[in-house]
Design a protein around this ligand. Sequence first.
Ligand code: CP3
Length: 331
Amino acid sequence: MRPPLVRALLGERLDRPPVWVMRQAGRYLPEYRDLRRRYGFAEAVANPTVAAEITLQPIRRFAMDGAVIFADIMTPLQAMGVEVEYTPGPRLRPHTLADVASLGTLDLDRVGHVAETIRRVRDRLGPDVAVIGFAGAPVTLLAYLLEGGGSRDFVTMRGELRRDPDAAAAALDGLARAMNAYLRLQADAGADVVQLFDTWAGLLDADQIRRWAVPAARTALSDVGVPTIYFAPGTVHALDRLVATGADGIGLDWRVPAGAVATTLAGVAVQGNLDPAVLLTDPDTIRAATRAMVRRLGRRPGYVANLGHGIHRTTPPEHLQVFVDTVREEP
Ligand code: CP3
């Protein structure tokens, strides 16, 4: 039998929705902070023993239905020769569109540590728990590459897409092909599901999402061989465009109205979408909001319970337990 997470993404309606949480392997967990005292972030990602251990930490505590591999969206770019520092967000040299287009192909040997982490995690989990691989979507990677790090508005990326569309197309196509190879490597190593994170696509208008973000994501996700999820927070203004990525499931942030989901995303699975801020409140508030979410989305075929974005680093772990338990209570 396939893991419940896989079955949900393929459109099956399950008695209880499978559940995992974006950023579930991270700083809100004391056992993660303990390990990070001994290993730098990049060092932990590069070491399959440590990365597998961090991946498994939230599974031990919460028995999630999916284990998301500990790495970063910048990891494959480092393997393409981009030097990245984490402070804790990524910092790098600002690139031009031409620099990005000339990064070339991804040398799969240089991300062999990610494949090895996946094999180790897959070996240590039962057949019901899905291993989740991931990559950053081309638009989001381009945003970091052009800006040289994080930004609230990524104006460089938004300007460059307009200034030189041909060069932008070449840069995005190169990134899309590299991420496609990277996702296939993860599926071949044993990932049961892969997710493409398009964190910054929501900064674009609806036409730009259709023109740039969707085709690039489609290339990155094509023929990966396992079910795929596309997550682009803040794209409610282009929700009807996202299905064209070809993803089996669409990740929703907490602002997406339930009515729009029912009509616009009828043919795909959906994942989400509790506001991560709810987990900073109290058990009664968490239970009520989680029940409301499952009532809203859980009846459709193909539903995966999750937050609407990554878990906040100040979240008490016992609040995440309340969320997971509530998703799993008798319908
Ligand atoms: O549990 C997981 O989801 C595991 C792995 C994971 C990380 N980053 C680990 C990480 C995943 C899936 C990501 C994705 C990622 N990285 C995204 C897309 C997801 C999203 O939130 O929209 C983005 C935009 C990045 C880029 C990035 N890397 C940022 C913004 C940061 C700083 C994060 C912060 O919370 O301050 C990182 C570093 C990073 N990646 C950390 C972790 C656990 C924190 C590093 C530390 O321990 O100091």
